[in-house]
Write a protein that binds this ligand. Structure first.
Ligand code: GAR
Length: 197
């Protein structure tokens, strides 16, 4: 049984998909801790209701990014997590966490990377960029996390057709559904060691 730590900033639907898959026994894993960069993230409430330990950046009472990085690493280490999953996490992962969990940090991004990734490409901004570019398909990517936003090794992708009538909101909703499935599947393969990372 692997131990997971999840980093969030928002609503937490990807986090919920992972937690549910663990609870249903589909993933041979347990979510030990949820850490949010945002004290008001809806994800924190969901995790609390599931009796999962939660921590947010406000808890650390520190603005200094290096010290936050150390605190996040300590929480993850204290919970003995095997993998760190970013699920709608909008901050950069610090060097200490990156080093300690090298090759064991995954992220879900709502586009077909390397398209529409990097600084500033999050949430609806991504889908606006896809529509503005006139792309005929978009999708979701699961990748390893490196020092730069959205640049680590791609582990899995799934595409959807961009309908001419799609608004950024419609496209976001369409992609979010496949994110949940793709993230759970990819984490399962990694845990069961079908993918070498
Ligand atoms: C998801 O679409 C996720 O891919 C995206 O934020 C949303 C979070 O939703 N992440 C990024 O844009 C990261 N660059 P959720 O909080 O409901 O999982």
């Amino acid at each position: 049984m692997k131990k997971l730590g999840i980093l969030v900033s928002g609503k937490g639907s990807n986090m919920t998909a992972i937690i549910n898959a663990c609870e249903e026994g589909y993933l041979p894993a347990k979510v030990e801790v949820v850490i949010s960069s945002n004290p008001k993230a809806g994800a924190l409430e969901i995790a609390k209701e599931k009796n999962i330990k939660t921590v947010h950046y406000g808890t650390f009472q520190n603005e200094n990014l290096e010290e936050i990085d150390l605190s996040v690493c300590k929480v993850l280490c204290d919970s003995k997590v095997d993998f760190v999953l970013l699920a709608g996490f909008m901050k950069k992962v610090g060097r200490t966490v990156l080093t300690k969990f090298k090759g064991r940090i995954l992220n879900v991004h709502p586009s077909l990377l390397p398209k529409h990734g990097g600084k500033g490409f999050y949430g609806l901004n991504v889908h606006r960029a896809v529509i503005d570019a006139g792309d005929q398909k978009s999708g979701a990517t699961i990748h390893l996390v490196s020092e730069e936003y959205d640049e680590g090794t791609i582990l899995a992708q799934k595409s959807v057709i961009v309908d001419p009538k799609d608004t950024p909101e419609l496209l976001a909703a369409k992609i979010l559904k496949i994110e949940h499935v793709l993230y759970v599947e990819t984490v399962k393969e990694i845990i069961e060691a079908n993918i070498k990372i």
